[in-house]
Design a protein around this ligand. Structure first.
Ligand code: UDP
Ligand code: MG
Length: 321
């Protein structure tokens, strides 16, 4: 007989988390008992180099609901979550960090809200960022501000990757072939009905943050470039403007020469410089447009997501698996 499908999968990305893992388990286990549904804890070991894999194997023996997915090499937070999502079997899937910054107690609330309100996604929203450093708060603000300004994704300003998703949502996310998915933007972009649950972001329980500045920048760049070709468009417009400016200079130089108002050699120099500049800038703009198209095509994102077709029977937000 096939194994029963868990009602809830908890996806936990972990990279070198030996310090925090025992604390996480100690806190999660009693909470899991209160869910009252079959569940699986899918630990995604993101190529840890410390004792995390050993601890996970041990944990698996003493907690049957624990599943371990080990990635060969460190793929990064977002990729580790993606790997977990593609393997999770639950009808509901929640993603949570291993460092206890996202309180496991909230998972039960998310599940209840999803069922009561009949939504597909429940975002965990940080109500209080006082445990974050000033630097983190400022950069996070800048990140969400620029995303909201440059794209039309309506991402919640204080929602990270602590969220509950229905099976339909998880499948829609996994069907996107694009690289460098920033899940906190991709999920709202899918447009499933959603709700949110506030929580207090705690300090990391042990160990160190795996998000140095370089990784945060990477995430921001992936976020902006993944959802907006505005920066590229900017290059096109600058190219066009620069090109037109150069043309104007060229015309001026020729007119000035005809009026005999120049030093010998000046006109030819200016004509060459401005002419070459204009051609280059215009060509760059054109290139930019094609690069943008290639990029969008590579992302292969569907241009729409059907919510409902009356030809099919009206179905509840969550399809039973
Ligand atoms: N993580 C991961 N792979 C990485 C970096 C981080 O799986 O390359 C995990 C990490 O173990 C943790 C979560 O992603 O469970 C969030 O990372 P972290 O707490 O270091 O980030 P911060 O909270 O400082 O932004
Ligand atoms: Mg953390």
């Amino acid at each position: 007989m096939a194994e029963p499908t868990p009602e809830l999968s908890v996806v936990v990305p972990m990279f070198d988390e030996e310090a925090v893992l025992p604390l996480f388990v100690e806190r999660l286990r009693p909470v899991a008992e209160t869910w009252g549904v079959p569940y699986e804890i899918l630990c995604v070991d993101d190529g840890s180099r410390d004792a995390t894999p050993v601890l996970l194997q041990r944990l698996r023996r003493e907690w049957p609901e624990v599943r371990v997915l080990r990635l060969r090499a460190n793929a990064g937070h977002q990729a580790a979550i993606s790997a977990g999502l593609s393997r999770a079997r639950g009808r509901w899937v929640v993603t949570i960090d291993a460092d206890l910054q996202d309180p496991p107690e909230v998972i039960g609330t998310m599940l209840r809200v999803a069922r009561e309100e009949g939504v597909d996604v429940v975002y965990g929203v940080r109500e209080d960022r006082s445990s974050d450093s000033v630097f983190k708060r400022v950069t996070a603000r800048a990140f969400y501000r620029s995303i909201r300004a440059l794209s039309d994704v309506d991402a919640h300003v204080d929602a990270g990757d602590f969220r509950l998703m229905s099976r339909a949502t998880v499948e829609a996310v996994c069907a996107l072939p694009e690289q460098g998915r920033v899940l906190r933007l991709v999920v709202p972009a899918l447009g499933f009905p959603s709700a949110s649950v506030g929580y207090r972001r705690e300090r990391r329980a042990a160990g160190e943050s795996k998000y140095p500045l370089a990784r945060m920048l990477r995430l921001s760049l992936d976020g902006v470039t993944g959802f907006s070709i505005v920066p590229l468009r900017l290059a096109t417009w600058l190219g066009l403007l620069g090109g037109l400016g150069a043309l104007a200079v060229l015309v001026y130089a020729v007119v000035a020469m005809l009026l005999g108002d120049t030093l010998p050699g000046w006109t030819s120099t200016v004509v060459i410089v401005a002419g070459v500049g204009a051609v280059q800038l215009l060509a760059l703009g054109i290139l930019g447009e094609y690069v943008g198209r290639t990029y969008t095509a590579l992302q292969a994102r569907p241009s729409y997501f059907v919510a409902h077709d009356s030809l099919e029977e009206v179905r509840a937000p969550v399809r039973p698996h």
